[in-house]
Structure formats: structure tokens, C-alpha cells
Design a binder for this molecule. Sequence first.
Ligand SMILES: *Cc1c(COP(=O)(O)O)cnc(C)c1O
Length: 360
Amino acid sequence: MSRFWSDHVVNLAPYTPGEQPKIADLLKLNTNEHPMGPSPLVLEAIRAAATDSLRRYPDNESTALREAIAALHGLDARQVFPGNGSDEVLAHIFNGLFRRGDRPLLMPDVTYSFYRTYCRLYDIPCRTIPLAEDFSIRVSDYTAGHPAQPAGIIFSNPNAPTGIALGLADIEAIASANPDVPVVVDEAYVDFGADSAVALLERCGNIVIVQTFSKSRSLAGLRVGFAMASQEIVDGLVRVKDSFNSYPLDTVAQAGAIAALRDQAYFDQAREAIIETREYLTQQLATLGFEVLPSRANFVFARHPEHEGGALSRALRARGVLVRHFSLPRIEDFLRITVGTRSECERLCNTLSEIFLKTH
Ligand SMILES: *Cc1c(COP(=O)(O)O)cnc(C)c1O
């Protein structure tokens, strides 16, 4: 609290990212980063972009990147809205689409916690809808009509931190039942085994898809994310962006992201490795007695009937293994564990066995 702050700053509830500590021999399975580095073509493109031309401002419209994303998804470049990480893209979506007076934004009670942070920042009323007992999104809760017209609907697919994915028919049902409000599908993890709602864009003009280069393209450090939507919606987002920062993507990031899209073979290999290791990790955790939710992401969400989540996460940390634990209703017994390499997953499971031996 400071007398220099604007009034609303006191009431913000900033998002807490997973920690990035400097501990030797640390196993970091807490922020869903990819265990492999980015494609060598990306590094080459970034080096090639590091020239005298950096004295110039970047292309403020990221034209070449938008065209590359559009080509990949069969869209028009005017339907693509890139930003400095998908968190920034989401911020512009909240600001530009969800600030509708008293109309609430609908979201699952368990989903990406940044959504609530943005509601605070932009003063958007939020109505949370409980996930079903099995932690899936209950489609009928979103299609049966609402007490008041919502400002919009948002969820991640696969959902975070559950990892559970919704099928396209369900997403279409939600979008069609709410034709006058934006339905935002945050697909940060879609490349690890869910279907992208891009396929629905032509039929459902109210769908907004958000994707990122941070997870499946191993580029969390480059900060590139993007939305795909109707041109009408993108035009609104561009108005917000150009009232905030016209140059969200620097020259280097644009070059690196374009190169990442060009290396399809590397992308396929990197995501298949994660999917394979995820199935291995799921089995190993089940063998250790965990209940593991069915994940389509690059993490698993698991709880143990005899071990409290917070205590387990602390015991792992004491042994140099970081996982994510959320002290939140319904999910406080769970650990969110990033799928690393096979040997990293082995180390995690060995460490868990050690902890269990000690506490029994
Ligand atoms: C990681 C993540 C993001 C943010 O990704 P950035 O592009 O790195 O900002 C957005 N949504 C969800 C659900 C995520 O897990």
C-alpha cells in the first residue's frame, strides 16, 4: 500500500508464476516448460536477426508471422492477433471483449488462475461454474441459458491445471448456445493431444482461440502467443493493442517464431516425445498409488489418497524436485507435474518412492 498508487492497485490479486529458483541439480517440473530446446532453425533465425537493423522498430503488425500462422491454420492473416506471450493476448481480450458493465464473465471454478487476475485488473464481474465431480467441464451448465446475459465465456482446452480436454462437438454446443457473446478457448496445451477449435471458426463467429509458442514450441523465453478469431473481433483487439503498445513483438521474436512454424518435423518429434512420456509418467504415478486425471497436456494432475498435496510438494522441493501445488478449494490435494524427459520422470518417481518409504 502506498499513497502513490492508483486506487485500484490496492485491490489487484497478481498472478503468482511458478518459481524459477537457482538451485544446483534442480529438477524443474513446475511451469510446464518443454524439456527439449527449440528447433535449431529457430536459434539460427534469431542469430540472423541480431544485426544493425535492430536500431529500427519492428514490424508493428507482425505481418510475416501472422501470414505464417494463418497459412498453417487455413485462415486469413487478418484473423490472427499476435502478442507478447498469450498472457498479453488474454489481457487484451479481457480488456477489449469482456468489459461489459455488470455482465459477468463465465469460467470454470477450476481453470487457469490468471483469468481471475485479469477480472480484478479490468473490473470484470466473474461467475465461476463448478466442474463436474470428475473435474470435466459440464457442457449443459453453459448451454442451458444463464440468469443474466454474460459478457463472455472462457476456459482452457485442455483445461489447466486438470489436463482434461473437451471435444469439438462440446465446444461447438457451447458456442452455438451463446451466439452473442465471445467464447474464448485458451489452447496453450492443445498440441499435446486435443483438437483445436480453429476447425469451428468458420461456423462459429463468436469463438476466439488463443495459442502460445511457450509450451509445444519450447519458446517460453521468446514470449510469443496469438489469438485467432473473426476479423471483426481481431479488429477490436488491434484497437486495444494500439492503445497500449504498438510493438509487442520485437524483431528477434518475430523471426524466431516464424522459423519455429517452418520446422514441422521438429515440432512433431518434440510433441510426440511428450505424449509418450506422459503415458509412461501416468502409469508410474498410478503404480505409486496416485489418482491421475486423464491428461491431454504436457503435465499431469495427480493426488495421492494418503499424502497431502502441500506436504508432498514441500518434501519434493527439499529433495530438489519442483512441482506445482495450488492451495485452492477442490484441488489442494493435487500436484501438477510437468512432463519432462523420461529420465526426469524417473527421478521424480524415485524421489516420491523415497518420501513414501520415509513417511510409512
Ligand atoms: C502457459 C499458459 C499461458 C501463458 O502462456 P504464455 O504464452 O507463455 O504467456 C496461457 N494460458 C494457459 C492455460 C497456460 O497454461
